[in-house]
Write a protein that binds this ligand. Structure first.
Ligand code: DHE
Length: 534
């Protein structure tokens, strides 16, 4: 089994807003440290761009480490440029992709990056309300938007499909499989989420640009956008009773902050810093990045997961109209990343991936229930909930670092609650897992396992000990989503000439291929996303 977890970025580039630090002076080498290689201003700029595209997601803008290790010069200068080049080119057993070997970096770029990471990291600029307001655009004022849903359209069965490298979102009718429209969005769009009513779909780009799309328009259209920072991965909206569709929130990687926006227009209303102290050692961290966000159904709150400090924030937005945002801090585990609700939507299960842990947060009693040790680097996406024939309600995660599906009991009345009750062998590391309440199947991709990246693995819920079925496609398979009724599974074939393949959930036969999609990754059904069905 390969230990490689190439969180691959396809070829893409963007105008990076990081500040150039200019020509670097050579440092006097300390006893055991290599000298700092000299780089020209242009080389530093090129290094910054490549670092942002390939490295910062795992190692952090300031390189202090998270999913990947600390690669500040204090660590990288313990190695020679030659040794660093080899790591960059070939990858590591610890999970780093072989950027050269896999064709994403040339030999010269590999050498440049080996030298770049021995130089001090440039400090990226801050991005406050003034900068956000300057980028805020309302393309369709509220008064000019439709008053009714589109007649004769099953709009709650629309899908938003991320076209990652194109920086666009395709809106596809889940009934007819017709591409209704393609909407420009942020650079390397990461995820989509919907408002509580489902009417609006929101995208967040890696460049921090949030875009808002109206599913009631025919075809759906872009109604507002704002750039909330310069590096982001998560977005959600207010879903609690009385606050439906009222606010949206974006969590940023850089600057380390979250931004609350008006739910109709994306006007930025409040910026809150996440800088602070690690939950366990109380050390100051300059870059606690906001990883996953979910909207509570039990209180007017969002659950925000702060990666580097290991703190889960419950953010109360109910008094925002008088300018107050209240935070409750729950100590969980460091390096929080992605996660999802259990089937009751009371417990949030989030991966602390570099600690091989799933942290369970009770959003009603507002506390950590348990840190559960699982396999190497759990990566659930939002995870999957089903009823196991022996153990009842369970939630599952796959892993970046091992070919294991950890199946965790979520029934608090059982004495085995919040333990791993089953472990399925996937035969390779994976990115995403999916099922639906109406399905008897659990699907896992194998995107980051080079030997099986074109394979979709299918487990049978009622025969949990049976060998899974494997379906092989002609291109790399990534991310799964159901239609509204839970009868069809949509998967992406991740390629420049990508496709979405629609499978019949019962027969596993292909129903349709939706072609002409540039690098499709995540897919989000309107109904399932608004109701958090997974
Ligand atoms: Fe993701 C979810 C961060 C790489 C596709 N990704 C998430 C979430 C976070 C995150 C914090 C949870 C958002 C939420 O629920 O609110 N992802 C990161 C990274 O930091 C990382 C490791 C590296 C990076 O620089 O981005 C990374 N992610 C990837 C990829 O390489 C993927 C496959 C393609 C891409 O877009 O670059 C990818 N991530 C996704 C998808 C989801 C996601 C499709 C949503 C899953 C879901 O079903 O909700």
């Amino acid at each position: 089994m390969s230990k490689k977890f190439g969180l691959l970025t396809l070829a893409a580039s963007t105008a990076l807003a990081f500040v150039s630090m200019g020509v670097q002076a050579a440092d006097k080498p300390a006893d055991n440290l290599q000298p700092v290689p000299k780089l020209s201003e242009q080389e530093m700029k090129d290094g910054q761009q490549i670092y942002f595209d390939r490295c910062s997601g795992c190692h952090g803008a300031l390189r202090k480490g998270a999913t990947g290790p600390d690669i500040t010069p204090a660590k990288t200068r313990l190695k020679t440029v030659d040794a660093l080049e080899k790591i960059l080119f070939n990858g590591t057993d610890g999970g780093m992709p072989g950027w050269g070997k896999d064709g994403f970096l040339t030999k010269d770029q590999t050498t440049l990056m080996a030298k770049y990471v021995q130089n001090d990291p440039p400090q990226p600029p801050e991005w406050g309300m003034k900068e956000m307001k300057a980028t805020w655009k309302v393309h369709v004022p509220v008064a000019q938007r439709p008053k009714e849903p589109p007649a004769g359209k099953n709009w709650q069965n629309y899908f938003g499909v991320v076209m990652r490298d194109a920086g666009k979102v395709a809106i596809i009718d889940g009934d007819t499989k017709e591409i209704l429209t393609i909407i420009p969005s942020g650079f390397a769009v990461h995820i989509l989420r919907t408002s509580a009513s489902g009417r609006y779909m929101f995208a967040i780009g890696r460049d921090g640009k949030a875009t808002m799309m109206d599913m009631w328009a025919s075809p759906p259209n872009l109604v507002a956008e704002v750039r909330t920072g310069i590096d982001a991965r998560s977005i959600d909206t207010s879903k609690y009773k009385g606050f439906e569709d009222k606010y949206a929130v974006v969590g940023n990687y850089w600057p380390p902050h979250y931004v609350i926006m008006d739910g109709d227009t994306l006007e930025p209303l409040k910026v809150m810093s996440t800088r602070g102290y690690t939950y366990d050692t109380n050390e100051y961290h300059p870059e606690p990045r906001v990883a996953s966000i979910v909207a509570s159904h039990h209180a007017p709150e969002w659950v925000l997961n702060l990666k580097e400090t290991g703190i889960v924030l419950l953010v109360d937005y109910s008094k925002l109209s008088v300018g107050t945002v209240t935070e409750t801090k729950i100590n969980a585990e460091r390096f929080l990343h992605d996660g999802g609700w259990d089937s009751t939507k009371r417990y949030f299960l989030v991966a602390a991936n570099a600690r091989d842990t799933i942290s369970v947060i009770d959003t009603v009693d507002r506390k950590l229930v348990k840190n559960i040790k699982v396999g190497t680097k759990p990566h659930p996406g939002r995870g999957a909930n089903w009823i196991d024939p022996k153990f009842g309600a369970v939630w599952g995660t796959v892993h970046l670092g091992t070919g294991l599906v950890s199946v965790i009991s979520t029934d608090p009345t059982k004495d085995y609650a919040w333990t791993s009750v089953r472990e399925w062998d996937l035969g390779g590391n994976s990115l995403f897992i999916k099922t639906h309440p109406n399905s008897k199947r659990v699907y896992c991709d194998n995107t980051i396992n080079p030997k099986k990246d074109k394979v979709l693995t299918v487990f049978d819920i009622d025969k949990p000990d049976a060998k899974p079925t494997e379906l092989t496609f002609e291109k790399k398979v990534v991310h799964m989503e159901y239609n509204k009724d839970g009868t069809e599974l949509w998967i992406s074939l991740w390629d420049k000439n990508g496709e979405v393949v629609v499978l019949d959930d019962k027969t596993l036969k292909e129903v349709k291929r939706i072609k002409g999609l540039d690098s499709p990754t995540g897919k989000f059904n309107v109904y399932n996303t608004m109701k958090d069905v997974y």
